[in-house]
Design a protein around this ligand. Sequence first.
Ligand code: HEM
Length: 467
Amino acid sequence: MVWSGTVESQPLLMFLHERTDDDTEALAEAKEKFKNQWVKLPLKTCNNCYVKTHLRSAYSTVIPTRSCIRQSIASGGKLTIKPSSWFFRRNLASEILHPSRSGSFSHARLSVLNNLLSRLLLNKSEPVTVVDHFQYAMFALLVLMCFGDKLDDQQIKQIETVLRTLLLSQPRFDVLNFWPRLSKIVFRNRLKELVKLRRDAEDVLIPLIRSRIEARKRQDSMVAYVDTLTGLQLPDEGNRSLTEGEMVSLCEEFVNAGTDTTSNALQWIMANLVKYPKIQAKLYKEISSILGPPPRPPVTSDAMAAAKEEDVERMPYLKAVVLEGLRRHPPGHYVLPHMVTEEVELGGYVVPKGAQVNFTVAEIGSDPEVWEDPMSFRPERFMSGGKEGFDVTGNKEIKMMPFGAGRRICPAWNLALLHLGYYVANLVWYFQWTAVDGDDVDLSEKLEFTVVMKHPLQAHVSPRCQG
Ligand code: HEM
């Protein structure tokens, strides 16, 4: 395990020659051991490399990479498409995630908000552990965007059961991706289990896809993700249409990619607002100066007493709170692993072809050379960005990269910012959030699929309008 870096100390690379079960621990250990030391790479080949750099060019031109997603055998070898290919990415970006589409999902956002407010109110006298409510809300929202907004709570819960089970058991099946021919035989019972889970998911999702196709014929005005898939023709495969199994995989990717990331970011932001009541008060002041005093939750009529997308646009402090949350607690401490497609030199060191590169997102966002007092939660630092605001995509310069940067940046970064702004605004407008007596909100982290709060946030949630 070796640290290395340039003379100017711009990029910081760590190569892990031996893959450990827990790279996070290994990283922390290595950082401690090699504090501020630059060690020459003794070996040319490595399989795992961690890069910390603010150099924009590193994310596209200097390190030519592609996402390192192994062919999944979750469908028993049936999965023939790579959901991350440019073709699907383009479809997703232009047909669903483009800002011009965001209005068509406002009904879904509102119905999820209503449900969330009601759930938070269920047991008024007790502190609420919010993470499950946030996770369900973000899941439900993406399901509605995926299959259309006519699904009821029971159907959403059924989808949650099959997709979460599949997702949460994924680590058990990782072994099947190494030498698949052999591992399929050695771990045949595990493979059987995986195929069954996948079949369960298909049994629930395929009928939904079919009924969505029927609903579309009746001209439902909202465009759901499934609608965009039914019309797709694969140019590299004789313009054939997607199979239902392939649609299931893409829907699964859509819902899974956005659920834990957004709900955890939401939890981190709310945790800081509970921990720092002055910041919450300042935010509430901004929200109520635009919307007026809040009504009693939940939102009952279509007159919709809720902060809307266009209101969120007019709240600079809200945007600053969201950005500070993403800087201080990026849901992923690394972007997806990327694989170097050709040997390349970075800061005087060779990154060999085939190496797996991980960009250290959390360290980039808390670099004391770039951020003043980086560990404190101070949304004001984002208030001086001028009219155009802060560039979170790193197009101009990379100061932080919670969504990645360059060609592979999260295609939904815009939507994620909208969702975070929308739900934070409404949660703070309707409720005062206070810490449980004697509890100093603990911001320790724990690695799951994303980096989560080790001690999930508990808070008293009191409606601001008592009338
Ligand atoms: C706060 C919320 C979110 C964060 C922090 C986040 C972050 C990221 C990051 C870091 C990546 C990897 C980028 C790379 O490989 O360089 C990624 C990829 C991706 N994200 Fe997000 N994301 C969020 C929300 C969402 C949502 C709501 C959706 C879907 C609707 C989504 C869909 C995707 C997809 C499909 C990819 C894979 C793209 C590809 O392989 O080309 N994300 N996201």
